[in-house]
Each structure stands twice: as C-alpha cells, then as structure tokens.
Write a protein that binds this ligand. Structure first.
Ligand SMILES: NC(=O)c1ccc[n+]([C@@H]2O[C@H](COP(=O)([O-])OP(=O)(O)OC[C@H]3O[C@@H](n4cnc5c(N)ncnc54)[C@H](O)[C@@H]3O)[C@@H](O)[C@H]2O)c1
Length: 270
C-alpha cells in the first residue's frame, strides 16, 4: 500500500528457528520491509543456502543469536543480546517448531506404540517453547506498550492430517503423521487468543499464521495428491507466505488480534 502501512522501517523483529526452511522466508519479508532482524536459532544448527544468501545481503540489518526456545535462561540472554545489537524488538515471529518428516521410515510405529517421548518433545518445542518466548519477549513488549506477535501454526491445527497423502510411501509400516504435531499447533492457536486478550489493552497484538504445505522436495505422487486436495490446486510457494506475514506484523493489521490467518490455498475450507 502506498501509505507505508506494511513497512517496518527502524523496527527490530525477532524470528525463532530462523535458519530452517521457513525462517529465511519470514526474515526476508521483514528485512525487505525495512526491519532489522534477529535470527534466533539453536547453537550449531545448520544454515540453509537461503539463510546464508539473505544474511550476506542484509549485512548488519540481520544478526544470528543462539537460542533454545525450550530453555528460559537461553531466551532471556538472547533477548539481552538482541536489544544490545539491534534494539528493542517490536515484532516477534514464533516460528521454531519440530515435525517428523514423511521419509522417517526407520522411526515408523503403529499408533498403539507411538512413543510418548516423541509426543512430549513436540509439545515441548512447539507449544511450551513458544509460551516461554512469549513470556520473555512478549512480556517486554507489553511493558513498553507496543508489539506484534505472530505465532506460526499449521493447517493441522484445524484438521487431522489426511494420511492418504502418504500411503504410497514404501516401508514396513504405513507412514503415520503424528497426532502430537496437530495437537501442539491447535493448542498454539488457542494460546494466541489467550495472549491477544490479555495484552490487547497493553498495545501488543497476537495472531497466528497457519501455512499449508510448502513446496520443497516432495515426491511427484505426493504433489499430485496434495494438489488435488487443495482448492487452489497447488502447494504454497515461499513467496505466498510473505504478504500475510507482513500484514500481521505491521500496522496494516492494527485492528486485528486473536486471529488465525490460514494461508493454505483453501485446504481447510474443503
Ligand atoms: N514447511 C512447511 O510446509 C510448514 C507448514 C506448516 C507449518 N510449518 C511450521 O513452520 C515452522 C517452520 O517450519 P520449517 O519447515 O521451516 O521447519 P524446519 O525444521 O526447516 O526449521 C525449524 C527450525 O527450528 C529450529 N529449532 C528446532 N528446535 C528449536 C529450539 N528448541 N529452539 C530454537 N530453534 C529450534 C531448527 O533448528 C530449525 O532451524 C514450524 O513451526 C512448522 O511447524 C511449516
């Protein structure tokens, strides 16, 4: 928009889990809208080519900071580091999350035997991790009276995985997408509403952005089945996610809070 309401000039944004597949997509949108971006990521986690290219282009407007979202002290020291290097954050993208890849053949189990540890770990990172980052970073925003928090959900926050998308994969047992993933994301969407209502009067907006499947390395049969399942007939391209993120992060959405914006090509409408 020509009035600049989607711009984030002179603002500092934090993205958690920033060096994976979607982290660089959010970071690029924020940098290109004028923000300085703190890329919070596990110490030693590998850096994708997309992240490296963006970091080279962004120069001192982007900075990587070690952070484990499941460790409260790590989050607190990361926030101090961000403030020192880039300034007080006014945008937080809670993106760090774990899932199990569909090719994890060696780890396949029947649902009756699914490890409770796997379930616990997904909740630990996807839900409790986001909660703790929100406590620390969001609490600081609420104290200062401004901020926009975007929690990255998933289409599986709303619907159960369609296991038929995976039933062509070879293996001694069918691949079963874990119930822990959707359960953790559904809880995240509910928690979004909690903080939206709690901090609305303190100038902090809290919304969820729930992507559908994003194109990247899937096999042909999966792609065909997925496309047939989506009203818009394809998976998301990374660029499809940028406008929705900027909308929620910026004053373009000044009167929007507690909302789940589904960016899934209509998957959950069907
Ligand atoms: N890729 C998709 O198709 C898709 C679709 C819907 C939702 N999502 C969600 O988007 C987010 C990003 O997904 P992605 O595809 O980029 O995943 P990814 O695995 O490529 O990246 C996730 C990043 O989070 C980091 N991370 C994991 N545990 C962490 C911890 N304890 N502390 C800090 N960082 C940690 C990882 O090191 C990794 O760099 C996730 O929340 C995911 O659930 C992804």
């Amino acid at each position: 928009m020509s009035d600049g309401s989607f711009r984030l000039d002179n603002q500092t944004a934090i993205v958690t889990g920033a060096c994976g597949r979607l982290g660089p997509v959010w970071a690029e949108a924020l940098v290109d809208a004028g923000a300085r971006v703190a890329a919070l990521e596990l110490a030693g986690a590998p850096v994708s080519a997309a992240y490296k290219a963006l970091a080279d282009r962004a120069g001192d407007r982007m900075s990587r900071v070690d952070c484990d979202v499941t460790d409260r002290r790590s989050i607190e020291s990361a926030l101090e580091e961000v403030i020192g290097r880039l300034g007080e954050p006014s945008v937080l993208v809670n993106n760090a999350g774990i899932d199990q890849p569909p090719d994890a053949g060696a780890n396949r189990t029947r649902i009756e035997d699914l490890s409770i540890e796997q379930f616990r770990r997904m909740v630990e990172v996807n839900l409790l991790g986001t909660f703790q980052v929100t406590q620390v970073v969001g609490g600081r925003m609420a104290a200062r009276g401004e901020g926009s928090i975007v929690n990255i959900g998933s289409l599986y926050a709303s619907v159960s995985p369609d296991q038929r998308l995976y039933d062509h994969l070879p293996g001694h047992l069918p691949f079963l997408k874990s119930p822990a993933y959707g359960a953790s994301k559904a809880a995240l969407v509910n928690m979004t509403k909690y903080f939206a209502t709690l901090w609305g009067s303190r100038g902090v907006r809290v919304n969820a952005l729930s992507p559908g499947g994003v194109l990247g390395g899937q096999d042909e049969r999966f792609l065909a089945k997925y496309a047939a399942r989506v009203p818009l007939g394809r998976m998301a391209q990374p660029d499809d996610l940028k406008g929705p993120l900027l909308f929620l992060a910026s004053r373009a959405s000044a009167y929007v809070t507690g909302h789940e914006l589904r960016v899934d090509g209509g998957f959950t409408a069907w």
